[in-house]
Design a protein around this ligand. Structure first.
Ligand SMILES: [Zn+2]
Length: 85
């Protein structure tokens, strides 16, 4: 029986395959999640430039306001009902 040492046949080092979101190259630990400082800079400039514009959703706030209005409406209705008879 001979120990087969031809099992390994790929890349050395457990790389998870993280890629730079800017250029798609392998990321470097020092510049994660980018591959280089340049790409990190590009991302930053994009942020500053507004390329990554974050949409401000007022749905949550609106819902909250609606809830309060509904409560007030219900309260008014109740009062009206009681006064009427
Ligand atoms: Zn890159």
């Amino acid at each position: 029986m001979t120990s087969n040492d031809t099992n390994s046949g790929g890349t050395k080092g457990g790389s998870k395959g993280a890629r730079c979101p800017i250029c798609g190259r392998e990321t470097l630990l020092a510049f994660r999640p980018f591959c280089s400082r340049r790409c990190a800079d590009v991302d930053l400039s994009r942020w500053l430039g507004g390329a990554y514009a974050i949409p401000i959703e007022d749905a949550d706030a609106d819902e909250d306001g609606d809830d309060i209005e509904a409560i007030i409406a219900a309260h008014e209705r109740d009062t009206s009902r009681g006064g009427r008879g």
